[in-house]
Design a protein around this ligand. Structure first.
Ligand code: UDX
Length: 435
């Protein structure tokens, strides 16, 4: 099929490359010239495992190209809108500027029979509003909403082999045709038996935000238990193991630690609350404010643990392991690790931070921090070592060897990812979260 993808960020670039990998003819469009130049050269503008390979595999086929020229969408029949919906600067709501601009440009170039497919995470009600715009501008063009559930670090496999497909389509013939076209786009996943849920716009929009709200709630639930564990002497990791054996609960997303960050969960739950308030149903999701608060309190807890262990923060040397919001990513958007590193530095600590992929992004955002290329250099002469992003490079560190480098053997395990017995055995004071 002939596909255009508007927006080549974490979502759009992966979607465009994966669609070409699946055999479609794809043009990716973005206003950012630097990003387009990199992608055109087959180089990903960010770290994402598997993306270089799909970009490379698509190159010889000539099926994938990138451009800043919007008129290129006229070469395609199915148009995916994959631009960002960040949090507005002065509130909780989603900033819809990029989506609105993408639709305005798109409507100048689409032709009768085309299908526009929204992939961006949007407040419920957006697709219905945009469908009216589309109907006014191009009555023969249909809008579908097809949320994505990709996880950074697994974005390519989540796109090529999703665990479900959700199509929000209008009622009647145009909706049936839209669902048929999407089945063709995702032919390999459909043939592999991937569940397909065909529904209305509002449900498709809510599927995405409610999935993220559920995941965020699950993480904050276990982090709330961590708070209780901290005053009772219980061990939250054992608790998670025990309740996770109940198939109705499940062990995944019950890892207690510094909590969730990234470009999705934090801003999506805030945007969901803001939208619910607009709809007069703020009470229904008020718990999400609590989910957010529990999450943010964990970051404060780490800063307090460092203060407690070092007897203050001014002049204390802290080695911070991790800057990305999670391992296998260079994304520092709303990263607990960067937030904690900055708070420690603001309080007077001398922070040296490292990350296998996110140092450059972090340096641009927080030039006041010191950065190191390796874990060894980050922890050298440290009074306290803080692990915040559980990269395998960090969790596999040998406590005896690291002990030779530091000034004091004190480690704060912000992800409960280290073996307390091994670290204590090597003479370390070990502090986990909720244990
Ligand atoms: C998430 C959703 O998983 C994905 O479906 C959606 O499309 C976008 O948002 P992503 O932001 O890539 O994906 O990260 P995810 O793997 O979900 O992790 C989110 C955050 O939660 C990370 O900061 C992670 O460290 C944290 N987390 C995850 C925990 O603190 N504990 C857990 O048990 C799991």
């Amino acid at each position: 099929m002939r596909i255009s993808v508007i927006g080549c960020g974490y979502l759009g670039a992966v979607h465009a490359a994966s669609m070409a990998h699946l055999g479609h003819d794809v043009v990716g469009i973005d206003v950012d010239e630097a990003k387009i130049a990199l992608l055109s050269a087959g180089r990903p503008p960010f770290f994402e495992p598997g993306l270089p390979e799909v970009l490379e595999s698509a190159a010889p086929s000539g099926r994938l190209r990138f451009t800043t020229d919007f008129s290129a969408v006229s070469e395609a029949d199915v148009h995916f809108v994959a631009v960002g919906t960040p949090q507005v600067a002065d509130g909780d709501a989603a900033d819809m500027r990029f989506v609105d601009a993408a639709f305005a440009s798109l409507l100048e170039h689409v032709k009768p029979g085309d299908l526009i497919v929204g992939k961006s995470t949007v407040p419920v009600g957006t697709a219905a509003r945009l469908a009216e715009l589309v109907a006014q501008a191009q009555p023969e063009v249909t809008l579908a909403w097809n949320p994505e559930f990709l996880r950074e670090g697994f974005a390519v496999s989540d796109t090529v082999s999703p665990d479900r497909l959700v199509y929000g389509v209008p009622e009647g013939e145009s909706g049936e045709r839209a669902a048929g076209l999407l089945d063709e786009v995702y032919a390999s996943a459909v043939a592999a038996g991937t569940p397909v849920i065909v529904t209305d716009y509002a449900t498709s929009e809510l599927v995405k935000v409610s999935a993220n709200a559920f995941l965020a709630t699950k993480i904050s639930f276990i982090n709330a238990m961590a708070e209780i564990a901290e005053v009772t002497g219980a061990d939250v990791t054992k608790l998670a193991d025990a309740i996770g054996h109940d198939a109705r609960i499940g062990r995944r997303f019950l890892n207690a630690g510094v909590g969730f960050g990234g470009g999705c969960l934090p801003k999506d739950i805030r945007a969901f609350s803001a939208r619910a308030r607009e709809l007069g149903k703020g009470d229904a999701v008020r718990f999400l404010d609590e989910v957010d608060q529990i999450n943010l309190r964990r970051r404060t807890r780490v800063v307090e643990l460092v203060r407690e262990e070092a007897g203050g923060l001014a002049g204390v040397r802290v080695g911070v392991l991790g800057l990305a919001f999670k391992p296998h990513s260079d994304d520092i958007r709303d990263s607990p690790a960067l937030d904690i590193a900055m708070r420690l530095a603001d309080a007077g600590a001398i922070v040296t931070a490292t990350d296998p992929q996110a140092v450059e992004n972090a340096r641009r955002r927080a030039p006041q921090l010191r950065f190191a290329e390796t874990a060894e250099d980050a922890v050298r002469d440290a009074d306290v070592v803080v692990l915040i992003t559980e990269w395998p490079e960090f969790t596999s560190l040998d406590p005896a060897a690291v002990g030779e480098l530091v000034a004091h053997r004190t480690v704060i395990d912000g992800r409960n990812a280290l073996d307390p017995a091994a670290w204590r055995g090597a003479g370390w004071t070990y502090r986990g979260l909720g244990r």
